[in-house]
Design a protein around this ligand. Structure first.
Ligand code: NAD
Length: 393
């Protein structure tokens, strides 16, 4: 089975749903049983090795969004989220996007940025001299950095470039910090640890080259060398006609020009992206931090998505986000449910995962805006909420 359009998936029994997923993604009996028993994935011993002071584990619902077609391949998208209506909304949006071929997404690269701060503030007169010393030692710095990861070196990846920049201090003098930046192709990993390891490893060499001492040595989560773009065309008639399309563009316009609306609009986008991040064991804090910083990259906080009409009056959406994700490392290979979710996605590369996360964010944003300009957001939300309240009383 390769088609992600599964009519009335929400009406199927737990067993039927698992059979469908199992057929779609070739899950083993063990994997299906793991999902069926709904244990949430890890036992206490496992949790106790992951964090300090562990006392228990905590699980959340895992659901499947249907209808996704991304770069001409169908996906059933696992989403971990506690909020009702998000998965139904993503599935509905993906169904409409499929009319015009689904989502088109691309990834710019997988380069992590490591930062090394020189401790002493420097004056304008010193900048060129220090930069020259660092750049003259680039080859040596890169070799030292790459000696810390045999895996990346063997893959032809690793530290590729050294950049220097000055950051003005907030004190009232003319002091500046010199920041050395390591550009590291981290392959299929998020790469936080390898980036930090490389930064710490090269700091003594930078001290030797410059005669200065270093202070911070850490990756930047503002992963602008890992930009992902997802686009889709939503059929005018399926959206609800010209008025709904126009109203959705006005809704976007509102978000793009008012921070109070933009934050909520972008939270809706992240409902999609972060649910997939959770399901696949990503560092969601890193993704959120980068996304909201990027929302301000023009100098004011704006919508992370853009919406316009094409020549036929269809609604075209675009979502751009810096995304640091991995399919190896962290808990991606360690958490049993994250591993199964990665398998459900039939990923062939880390770029596929980034494209899926961006497409899910765009789908979610479409669905939220459409609900807001038509029936309102509460109808969908309250359906399940009412069920939950009833079961609590
Ligand atoms: P990791 O430390 O598990 O390293 C990834 C491992 O995968 C490396 O040992 C690498 O050699 C190996 N590997 C195998 N095949 C690979 C391939 N094809 N491409 C790349 N690497 C390959 O994980 P990580 O990705 O370095 O770090 C992620 C973890 O670090 C997350 O849990 C994150 O929460 C945490 N972290 C985050 C921050 C931050 O965001 N500021 C800081 C520190 C740690």
């Amino acid at each position: 089975m390769t088609d992600s359009s599964i009519p009335k998936f929400f009406e199927k029994s737990h067993e039927e749903k698992l059979n469908i997923i199992s057929n779609f993604s070739d899950l083993t009996d063990d994997e299906v049983n793991h999902l069926k028993n709904a244990t949430g994935g890890i036992d206490f011993e496992h949790a106790n090795k992951m964090i300090e002071n562990a006392i228990s584990t905590f699980s959340l619902p895992l659901g499947i969004a249907t209808n996704f077609k991304i770069n001409n391949k169908d996906y059933l998208v696992p989403m971990v989220i506690e909020e009702p209506s998000v998965i139904a909304a993503a599935s509905k949006a993906a169904k409409i996007a499929k009319i015009h071929g689904g989502f088109t997404a691309s990834v710019e690269g997988n380069v992590s940025i490591g930062q090394i701060q020189l401790r002493e503030k420097i004056g304008l007169n010193e900048i060129l001299d220090i930069k020259e010393k660092i750049l003259a030692g680039s080859k040596e710095i890169l070799e030292l950095a790459n000696s810390k990861s045999n895996t990346l070196t063997k893959l032809g990846k690793g530290a590729k470039e050294i950049l220097c920049k000055e950051v003005l201090s907030s004190d009232h003098g003319n002091g500046r910090y010199m920041i050395v930046e390591l550009m590291i192709d981290v392959g299929d990993a998020m790469g936080a640890n390898v980036t930090n390891t490389m930064c710490e490893a090269v700091a003594p060499l930078i001290e030797k080259l410059t005669g200065k001492t270093t202070l911070l040595r850490i990756l930047s989560n503002y992963s602008t060398k890992r930009m992902v773009t997802a686009m889709a065309t939503f059929d005018k008639d399926a959206v609800g006609g010209e008025q709904v399309v126009n109203d959705m563009i006005s809704a976007f316009d509102f978000a793009d020009n008012d921070i109070y609306r933009a934050v909520t609009h972008n939270k809706g986008v992240m409902n999609g992206t972060i649910s997939v991040a959770n399901a696949t064991g990503q560092d969601s804090r890193a993704i959120e931090a980068a996304a909201h910083a990027y929302a301000s990259h023009t100098g004011r906080y704006r919508s992370l998505t853009t919406w316009a009409k094409d020549d036929s009056g269809n609604l075209v959406g675009k979502f751009e986000i810096p995304l640091s994700v991995g399919i190896v490392g962290g808990v991606t290979n360690d958490h049993p449910v994250a591993k199964i979710c990665t398998k459900i996605l039939n990923l062939t590369s880390v770029q596929d995962l980034a494209c899926i996360m961006a497409s899910t964010g765009l789908a979610q944003n479409f669905a939220a805006m459409r609900a807001l300009v038509t029936e309102g957001i509460q109808k969908g939300h309250m359906k399940l909420h009412a069920r939950k309240q009833a079961s609590n009383s």
